[in-house]
Each structure stands twice: as structure tokens, then as C-alpha cells.
Design a protein around this ligand. Structure first.
Ligand code: HDE
Length: 702
């Protein structure tokens, strides 16, 4: 007999049953709240479950019985719920939608997705950060993955890009080293989701080809405000192939309809604390509200001869082709209009691969792309457990398919017939290869000089485009970039690594190098590393800026209005109406989540509690407070921070008279971006952009 502690006397059998029932009954009552016809809960084998709350045991305090197949099945399945996360791009958010072609590329390609104007091709698009694990935050300084799976009538096309048009390295051979260097350090397992540490910058300081990418990652591009406001790039040159077999090089660009917008660095850091899921929530809420994010797809097309005249190699993924050199041609739009039904089944299990191309699109010889063609399938075999992952609904093509691949782990299909090989003569409907419909590889001649671990000489210029990028930025963006380098290198403990990076900057721009050296308090400028080829002064490309390209609109933006007991309801209602009319989403913030008792005696519910809803989550803020509540909140650090941060993050503020005490407590000297909430139009005009003119007042622009 099992011993029972004195305080736990065994209950008589009937009493124990009643106890279990009452527990079930309680859970049942809670479940009653969800209306509807509930199906009977079953095991995976379809056996109805009599009780989903209590383990099978021989007596009320007896051990669990091994016989309890319901418990064992439930726990075993749970134990196996996790699969390996992606080695890079582990944290992501995705949505369903469509791609609609607006301009045919029939002169250049046979791919139906790029020739049938007006056709809507279903897509699934996943955005990701690169370095952090699946449970890391949404807003670190990091590249964003921008991967689109087009379910075309000729098979899946995966355009697996990033929000930056270039990459760190020129050859796939270096990728594992790059990723090891940027991920958390192996002996200490930190930092998570951050490049600001020794191993990353050590690698970078020894990798001159990464300098162009370094300019991009230190720019505001890597701290986006919203995934709906990022660009996307296919990065590599691909080829389009037309019916005559002629090929044209192509680069793919996604441009967000809402314009590009980033945060400022202090805001990005505060967002990390405020909401780990800031970007995921933003995308979810926009889609739920029917405010569907949209991007325009454009192409840059160029011939082999034109490529030969560029002052860089178009097969080198550390180089971009300036829009001023090869203009962008818009060809279609992508709209994301449906959140996945299930995160794991879709967002986690989706498997993108740059090798998935329909006939009419082909690869180029970019050595980085060539390595990627191998890597994605290989990693997915491990991550998704075997060769049948294409049968998972999110990965399966939506066009007819027929092949002789059989068996393997988790085979979900039930192939019919005797024939699973080719050539064969026994079955009339067994699949056959087709020259006419099949994928066409562009015939290329490459005389070559023989086998070897070779890098072309045309890949040797590592600094000219880095210089072009830096010099194309506005003065504020240059200052942000310099500050980002100072921030990152200040987290690097090894002096020679800091110096090594500054040495490279000398080849990009001496003033930038000096700024960073000053920011790090280096006693003198370190030497620049030797140059393989001279740095060219390429013409600046204004299209590379982002500050000028934020759209002056409240569409897609969110404004927080702070209220408290005694607030004037009419002012709040008028402001809200005007903001919503201008396209903004409005959220009410109050000291208590139940809301505020307004001056007119009505209760205004809040969307967020002040302490848990910092101003960093909004694009602009307003407050309507009575003088008494203003004075009271001026003594609350969280209220003072609300305004001080909004001001420091260059946001428009609509502050009523009652709020003045809080502004004073925060040391805020109102400027043109601080208006009265009664002036709704003035506030809307100010909220459509950031208050860039304020920036020199709130931080030192090194
Ligand atoms: Fe990736 N990359 N990558 N990458 N990549 C992966 O594939 C790899 C590169 C990109 O939302 C992995 O299924 C190599 C460039 C995105 O699921 C892996 C090289 C670009 C995603 C892999 C690169 C990308 C990945 C990890 C250098 C922009 C996430 C899990 C040769 C053009 C896709 C997986 C998603 C994911 C390998 C470089 C974009 C390990 C070897 C350049 C957006 O296979």
C-alpha cells in the first residue's frame, strides 16, 4: 500500500470521484464560455477521451498507471513538439497573400507568373531577423529576411531575399564562419540577437569584402519601424529566359507601399523592452484590421554586354546596381491579406529554397548564390525531418505534380500503381520528362583557365560601393551610421579589433573614420589595411537614402492618446476622429487598463495601461489631461518618460495645457513638433513625419 502523508488522508472512493467531477465541472464551466458545438475530444487514433484533466490511477493517491494510453500519447506528442530552429533567420513572422502582375515580361521570360498580366498568384511571405533564436526579440539591429514563395502554375518559385541589396561575403565557403561569428559566442552563449560583440567584429575586421554590407547594417535600414515598411531585394543577379532561349540578367526589388521607415536607435532599444513581438504584433494587427500591407515588385534588367560596362562585377553579391545606372521597372504588386491559421504548421514549417525556380527564370554564376542552391534543401532535410517535407501543405505546390520519388519518413501520399521508375512501359499514365515544358538552363560557354579555388579579379574592389553608400546618405543618416559603429565597437572588448574596423573605414571616408575614432576615444587613427585595387569615386545614389523616402502620411501608423480621470471627452473624440480620418490607428492609454472616467461622466476604456505601453510603440502621441491629473502624473516617472521618449524619438506630440507639468518635469522645451490637441490638423501634419530638425537638440550627432 502506498503511504499517505498524515495531512493527506485518502478520500473514500465516492468522495474522490465527486472531487474529480467537481474539478472537471469547474473546467467545464470555464469552457462553457466558448459558444458552439464542441466535437468530442479524441486521441490521435480517434478514441474518445473520457477525462482530459486526471491521470488514470488505481486509487486517489496512487501512482499513475502505465496503462494510461491517453496520458502517454498526450505527453509523448508534447515531448516531440519542438523541431530544430533555423540555424539563421530563426525568428520570423509570415502571412498569406497574392502577387498580381501588372506589366508583362513576355519579351524576356516564359515564366507565366511574369507574363500573365492580371493573374493573382498565391504567395506566402516570411520576414525574419537573422542572428537571434526563434524566441528572441523582433527589433534588434539586424538584417531582415524577406522570403516569398510564389505558388505558380509551373511550380513553386522562392524569391529568398533580404531587406538589404548586398551581402557580407562573396563566396558561400565563408558563410558558416560569418554565422558562427555573429551568433552568440560559443563559450558564454551571449549576446543573443546582437552583432555588437567581439567575434562578429573580429571576423568583419578581417573581411574587407564585408565593408559595403557593414555600411548598410550600421544604417537605419536594420532598425525598421515595421515589417510593412521595409524594402526587399533578391540580392543576386538572376537570369530571365525567353521563348527564343535568349537570356537577360535581372535583379528583383520589393518596395513598400507605405514607404520606408525606420526607428531611431534609442527607440529600437526601448522597443526591445516594451514588446518582444513588436513587428509580429504590428503585422498581425494590420492584417486583422484589413489594412493589408503591400509591396511593388520591380526589376532591373540588363544584358551581358551592359554588365561588362559596369564599374563592378554584377555576379559579386557585395555590389548593387544603382537605380541611376539601371532604372527599376515596376511589374506587379504583392498584397498580404491573411494571417496563417497556425504558426507552427505554416510559418515554422515553411521551407524556402533559392533553387526553386519555374522555367523562364535561371540562376547566375554568382558564387554565393551557387552555394545557397545546395544549402537550403540540405538544412531542411534536417530541420523538417526527411525528404517528404514538400508534402507539408505550406510547402506543397498548388499546380499538378507527378514524380517517382517514393517512401521515406512521414510519407503522406498514397501513390498508385506498379510503376515508380522510368523508363517504363507498364503504365500509361506514368510521368515523363518534357523538353517543351521542362526547366531550361541557359547554355553558357565558359572557357575558363582550369579548375581551382578561384576568385575573379573583378571581385577585388571592396570599398568603392561602401563609399558610394556612405556619401549618398543625408547628414543625419551619416551621423546615425557613425553612432551605430561607435555603439557596436564600444561593446567590443578587444582594442585591436576596434582599431582594425576603423582602419577599413579610412578607405571608405576619412571623416567617418575620424568620427568613429573620436567616439571610441582612440588616441590616434590606426593604419588603413593595404588596398588590392584603388578605391573609385562612384557617383552618389540618392535612392539609397531613407529619411527622404518616408511617406508623409498617417496611413499604417499608430497614435497613442493618453487620458486619465477627468479628461475632456470631446477633445479626445474630435482628435481621434480626425486621426482616423487621416488613416491612423488610434490607441487610448490610461493609468489603469479599465480606462478613465471622463469629465462628462462617461467611462473611456483603454487599449493599454500607461506602465505597459510606452510611447516607443507609437508613431506620435497626444494627451488630454485635466490640470489635476497632469500635476499628479508629473510625479510618475513612467508618464514623464512617455513624453521624454516621444520627444527624444523625434515624434510629434499633441499636449494639452494639463500636460505642461509633465513636459516640464521631463525638461522638454516644446518645438514645432509639439502642438495643442485641439489643433488636430496641425498635429496630423506634424505626425506624418519625424521631427528631424529636433535631433541635434536631443542627442550629440557624432
Ligand atoms: Fe540564407 N539560409 N544563406 N541568405 N536565408 C537560410 O535556410 C545560406 C543568404 C535567407 O524565412 C537557411 O531553411 C547560405 C543571402 C532568408 O525560412 C540556410 C548563404 C540571402 C532565409 C541558409 C546564405 C539569404 C535564409 C537557414 C551564403 C539574401 C530565411 C534555414 C551562401 C539574398 C528563409 C533555411 C525563411 C535561410 C543558407 C546567404 C536570405 C542555412 C549558405 C545572400 C530570407 O540554408
Amino acid at each position: 500500500m502506498p503511504r499517505t502523508p498524515a495531512t493527506k488522508q485518502p478520500l473514500p472512493a465516492r468522495q474522490a470521484a465527486a472531487h474529480a467531477d467537481s474539478y472537471r465541472g469547474h473546467a467545464g464551466e470555464l469552457q462553457q464560455q466558448a459558444a458552439g458545438q464542441h466535437p468530442v475530444l479524441t486521441t490521435q487514433q480517434g478514441i474518445a477521451v473520457p477525462d482530459n484533466q486526471n491521470t488514470l490511477r488505481p486509487s486517489p493517491h496512487g501512482p499513475a498507471l502505465l496503462e494510461d494510453f491517453i496520458l502517454r500519447e498526450k505527453i509523448t506528442h508534447f515531448d516531440h513538439e519542438r523541431i530544430p530552429e533555423r540555424v539563421v533567420h530563426a525568428r520570423g513572422s509570415a502571412a498569406h497573400g497574392f502577387f498580381e502582375l501588372t506589366h508583362s515580361l513576355a519579351d524576356y521570360t516564359t515564366a507565366r507568373v511574369l507574363t500573365e498580366v492580371g493573374t493573382r498568384t498565391p504567395v506566402f511571405t516570411r520576414f525574419s531577423t537573422v542572428a537571434g533564436g526563434a524566441g528572441s526579440v523582433d527589433t534588434p539591429r539586424d538584417v531582415r529576411g524577406f522570403a516569398v514563395k510564389f505558388y505558380t502554375p509551373e511550380g513553386n518559385w522562392d524569391l529568398v531575399g533580404n531587406n538589404i541589396p548586398v551581402f557580407f561575403i562573396q563566396d558561400a565557403m565563408k558563410f558558416p564562419d560569418l554565422v558562427h561569428a555573429v551568433k552568440m559566442e560559443p563559450d558564454r552563449a551571449f549576446p543573443q540577437a546582437a552583432s555588437a560583440h567581439d567575434t562578429f567584429w573580429d571576423f568583419i575586421s578581417l573581411m574587407p569584402e564585408s565593408m559595403h554590407m557593414v555600411m548598410w547594417i550600421m544604417s537605419d535600414r536594420t532598425i525598421p519601424r515595421s515589417l510593412r515598411m521595409i524594402e526587399g531585394f533578391g540580392v543576386h543577379s538572376f537570369r530571365l529566359v525567353n521563348a527564343a532561349g535568349e537570356s537577360t540578367f535581372v535583379k528583383f526589388h520589393w518596395r513598400p507601399k507605405l514607404g520606408i521607415q525606420s526607428t531611431v536607435w534609442d527607440e529600437a532599444m526601448k522597443l526591445q523592452a516594451a514588446d518582444n513581438d513588436f513587428h509580429r504584433r504590428d503585422l498581425f494587427e494590420a492584417i486583422e484590421a484589413g489594412d493589408y500591407p503591400e509591396w511593388e515588385l520591380s526589376v532591373q534588367l540588363f544584358t551581358e554586354e551592359e554588365a561588362g560596362s559596369f564599374p563592378f562585377d554584377h555576379l559579386d553579391a557585395t555590389k548593387l546596381i544603382p537605380e541611376e545606372l539601371v532604372p527599376l521597372r515596376p511589374i506587379g504588386r504583392m498584397v498580404l491579406n491573411r494571417w496563417p491559421d497556425n504558426f507552427f504548421a505554416e510559418t515554422e514549417q515553411v521551407a524556402f529554397c533559392p533553387a526553386n525556380l519555374p522555367p523562364g527564370i535561371d540562376f547566375s554564376n554568382d558564387p554565393l548564390l551557387q552555394g545557397r542552391l545546395f544549402s537550403y534543401l540540405d538544412t531542411q532535410l534536417l530541420r523538417l525531418g526527411g525528404p517528404n517535407f514538400v508534402q507539408i501543405p505550406i510547402n506543397a505546390p498548388k499546380c499538378p505534380f507527378a514524380h517517382n520519388q517514393r517512401d521515406g519518413h512521414m510519407q503522406m501520399l498514397v501513390p498508385q500503381g506498379r510503376v515508380n521508375y522510368e523508363p517504363s512501359s507498364l503504365q500509361a499514365d506514368s510521368p515523363r520528362a518534357s523538353q517543351a515544358a521542362g526547366f531550361r538552363h541557359v547554355a553558357q560557354t565558359d572557357e575558363g583557365s582550369g579548375k581551382g579555388r578561384i576568385r575573379p579579379e573583378s571581385f577585388a574592389d571592396h570599398y568603392s560601393q561602401a563609399r558610394m553608400f556612405y556619401r549618398s546618405q543625408s547628414p543625419l543618416e551619416q551621423a546615425h551610421l557613425a553612432s551605430a559603429l561607435v555603439f557596436e565597437l564600444s561593446k567590443v572588448q578587444t582594442l585591436h579589433v576596434r582599431e582594425g574596423v576603423v582602419g577599413h573605414l579610412l578607405h571608405i571616408d576619412t571623416e567617418l573614420a575620424q568620427r568613429v575614432a573620436d567616439g571610441l576615444a582612440l588616441p590616434q587613427l590606426p593604419p588603413a589595411p593595404p588596398l588590392a585595387v584603388p578605391v573609385q569615386d562612384l557617383p552618389p545614389s540618392p535612392a539609397l537614402r531613407i529619411i527622404d523616402r518616408m511617406k508623409p502620411t498617417l496611413q499604417g501608423r499608430c497614435v497613442g492618446i493618453l487620458v486619465a480621470d477627468g479628461s475632456n471627452g470631446t477633445t479626445v473624440a474630435n482628435l481621434r476622429k480626425a486621426l482616423e480620418k487621416a488613416g491612423a490607428q488610434v490607441k487610448i492609454v490610461a493609468p489603469k487598463v479599465g480606462g478613465a472616467l471622463l469629465k462628462d461622466g462617461t467611462q473611456l476604456p483603454a487599449d493599454g495601461q500607461l506602465a505597459g505601453t510606452p510611447s516607443a510603440v507609437f508613431d506620435a502621441v497626444a494627451s488630454v489631461l485635466s490640470p489635476e491629473m497632469g500635476a499628479q502624473l508629473a510625479r510618475e516617472a513612467v508618464a514623464v518618460d512617455w513624453f521624454r521618449d516621444a520627444f527624444g524619438h523625434l515624434k510629434a506630440i499633441a499636449a494639452c495645457k494639463g500636460t505642461q507639468a509633465i513636459l516640464q518635469a521631463g525638461g522638454i522645451e516644446p518645438d514645432a513638433g509639439v502642438v495643442d490637441p485641439a489643433d488636430a490638423q496641425g498635429f496630423i501634419a506634424a505626425a506624418q513625419t519625424r521631427q528631424w530638425a529636433r535631433e541635434p537638440q536631443v542627442r550629440t550627432l557624432a
